[in-house]
Design a protein around this ligand. Sequence first.
Ligand code: C2E
Ligand code: MG
Ligand code: MG
Length: 583
Amino acid sequence: MSEKSIILVVDDEIVSRYTVEALLSSEGYTLVFAETGEEAIEKAATLIPDLMLLDVMMPGMDGFEVCQRLRANPRLAELPVVMVTALDDRDSRLRGIEAGADDFMSKPFDRAELRARIRTITRLNRYRRLVETEEQLVYLANYDTLTGLPNRNLLMERMRQTLGRASRNRQGVNVLAIDLDGFQMINDSLGHEIGDKVLCEVASRLTQAAPIGATVARLSGDEFIIMEETNDPVKDISDNAQRLLDCISQPMMLNHHEVVITASVGISVYPSDGEEATILLKNANTALSRAKTQGKNTYQFYTAEMNAMALKRLILENQLRKVIERNELQLHYQPQIELTTGRIIGMEALLRWYHPERGYISPDQFITIAEETGLIIPIGEWVLRTACQQTKDWQNTGLTPIRVSVNVSSRQFQHPNLLHTIKQTLQDTQLNPHYLELELTESILMEENRTHKDKVISNINILNELQTMGVHIAIDDFGTGYSSLNYLKRLPLNTLKIDRSFIQDVCTNRDDAAITTAIIAMAHSLQLTVIAEGVENNEQLAFLQQKGCEICQGYFFSPPIPIPEMTQFLEKFNPPTFSLLTH
Ligand code: C2E
Ligand code: MG
Ligand code: MG
């Protein structure tokens, strides 16, 4: 507080300037004078005074304009301005308020009044500066000055909050301890200046690569921590840890030096590896030392089970990359039966991975990995082509043509080439588009609805184009998402597939019965065909028949079956009819 307040006195008249100097001489302020508006702005910008005493009537730039310009400048917008107007000049005061003045005085000055006003305003301003300094101190206590990342202090605080929340929500938390490999060598050989730049670059790469909402902190030297909430630790780490390592190992150009550095990562997981921040950090560091001895540029979980799971997933991912060239994929087909006639009116193509050692692997175990790695694009194209070709082949042998349904995943649907691929496939296989149906989940259509508005239009456009071609659209697993009915109404759809979780207990659980009944009624009011999935017994079938559901699919009729069985099935029921044995 010993620092003197600076007051910038702006007045073109020398007498006025003297008067102010005389009146405030014993008050201990530093007085600075400006004779024109231009000079006032220039001095304000360089000195950042505590207060400006501003005369309105000046030749050239007057006080109003000075005030307006101050307010337009972010650095000076908050500078307290006392405007000096002629006595009782109401109009000038109104204009002054508009221009952004904080207070008014009139000439000739009253000594006591001038001192009192200036004292109040400078005191307020000093107080504000003190608060800002305090904020600055808080910042310094919580952030690392080199990289701007949270430091240990803030990390511990955030960990406490996050762990508290995770325990209430029964969520997991991943703690990744990251350490650069051989950073000391960079410091020793290229100097500390480059070393600091490497740290800043690593900080910004980690921040970009870390999932949204994660905390990236720097503890000391080349030690970083990433903390993220998670539902599935192994999956999230398998996705992210490798990406972090990859993004760090990209070459950096620093002061004309190309620097390549790698990192090692150790991971602990809440709650299995510890419930407190300090324990989780300690265990992440233990895992980190193991990653270092494993040969660096790699990651390790604290527990052996997690390492085994991550490894299994990694192996699966690598094998999945080769499924197409190794011919390990197959499609099985599951018939869909029209209840009024007993006819087979369609079939769903379901993907099977025939693993040389593990046998058949169900899509639930690999579709997500295929989605996350982008492999779903070539795999999805293979599925589409194979299903269309097979359906056409069946038609060519003289069997009554029926429609084939192909599942399309989120990433496939968003792929810019989707329409082109479908057109090309239909053309190449010569399948009439009328015999193709695409199954999309509610979430695929709703996701974009929630995030960006303009994407909704593009979803509708894609669906419209498919419909124009003659391709059918079904909503799969209906009832599990949160579709808005208003939104569904706007979409060009043909079929609604009730999720099998509702059908399972439809005869014993009143809620499931009510939901199923409502979905059927709703679909009909939207003029959509309804398919019930997962029909396994006579009771379910009878219930659905009674509620007016037109098509059923499930083990009651047939599980998904390979081509030879499906061929037999189609031949047996050609024209395909199924005898319905209800009641
Ligand atoms: P989905 O599209 O809902 O497929 C229906 C699933 O229910 C299939 O599981 C089918 O075998 C099973 N199912 C059929 N009838 C019954 C029944 O009566 N009882 C029971 N308990 N289950 C029945 P599957 O083949 O394991 O496929 C699982 C999911 O994987 C599919 O669910 C679909 O979302 C996805 N999927 C399958 N093939 C593909 C594909 O080619 N591409 C994409 N993107 N996803 C696929
Ligand atoms: Mg499906
Ligand atoms: Mg389904």
